[in-house]
Design a protein. Structure first.
Length: 296
């Protein structure tokens, strides 16, 4: 935000920006994650989190704990913070904050429709919906719809890799791609014909042309972290890049980007806690660092 808009930003947005920057200071640090990764039980995780901002949300939970309980309570904290900011916001910030939840709304719609197509109980599906994506008429979506028209996944590369080896045709794959981004449109066409992960990344031999992603410099650092044929760590590489860019938004003031960035960082933190809790609960501590993305 520049010029006269920046001069008057604090009139309506200064208080909320201070609030969200204060929330950011409460995010878990690398030291916190290192301590959490040493926990032997979920009760140990609860004890460590009691010294953080999650403490009040977990203090009354009885043993034995479950991973879903930890995730639900941590998500509840995020929802409470969001609702507080939304109540304090005025236009146009309130509209911007509502836009932040649209992604969760879309996910909830997909969950409801997919579950309905598989004859799942609607109430059970509603319980699995993300609370930030709830809206009044969501229960009425229990009607079969065309999934490809309903939801287009924006992570084109993930769509490409996840569809390799499936019955999804190249034409079906193209329909799932978005119509924007650095890869649109030529990168999408090349990704649609890829048949293995190495061709998607950097395969360079007489059988294949140079990998599609090598042509797009912003993606080169992401794929350079992956070995040939290694797709299971792709999500983590994207999350790490996203976290780095989200943190950069806090380097400037007088803009709405910090609100979106904070929500995404907190969601990443909850994903980290879910992964750590699952590894501890399943006695898989050797893999506890595999999907943890450090924020600070």
């Amino acid at each position: 935000m520049y010029g006269f808009e920046a001069m008057t930003f604090n009139i309506h947005g200064g208080y909320l920006e201070a609030i969200v920057r204060g929330h950011r200071s409460g995010l878990l640090t690398a030291a916190d994650y290192n301590n959490l990764c040493q926990c032997e039980t979920l009760d140990d995780i609860k004890m460590h989190l009691s010294a953080t901002e999650y403490g009040p949300y977990l203090q009354n939970e009885p043993s034995p704990l479950h991973t879903t309980t930890i995730v639900e309570k941590c998500t509840l904290k995020l929802v409470d913070e969001y609702k507080h900011m939304l109540c304090q916001a005025t236009e146009p910030m309130s509209t911007f904050l509502e836009y932040i939840t649209y992604g969760h709304m879309i996910d909830n719609v997909v969950l409801i429709v997919t579950g309905t197509l598989h004859e799942r109980d609607v109430q059970e599906l509603l319980e699995k919906c993300h609370p930030l994506g709830m809206f009044d008429s969501i229960a009425t979506l229990a009607v079969a719809q065309n999934m490809r028209e309903l939801y287009r996944l924006s992570l084109v590369i993930v769509v490409c890799i996840c569809s390799i080896g499936t019955e999804l045709t190249r034409d079906d794959r193209r329909k799932l791609y978005s119509s924007f981004g650095l890869l649109y449109p030529y990168g999408h066409e090349e990704l649609a014909v890829c048949e293995d992960i190495d061709q998607v990344c950097l395969l360079h031999s007489y059988l294949y042309v140079r990998g599609v992603m090598e042509k797009y410099p912003p993606y080169q650092p992401i794929f350079s972290k992956l070995s040939y044929g290694e797709s299971q760590m792709l999500d983590k590489a994207f999350y790490e890049e996203e976290v780095k860019r989200l943190c950069l938004s806090f380097e400037q003031q007088f803009h709405y980007g910090v609100f979106f960035a904070y929500m995404r960082l907190r969601e990443q933190e909850i994903r980290n806690l879910m992964w750590i809790s699952e590894c501890v609960a399943q006695n898989q501590k050797s893999r506890v660092h595999d999907s943890v993305v450090f924020i600070f």
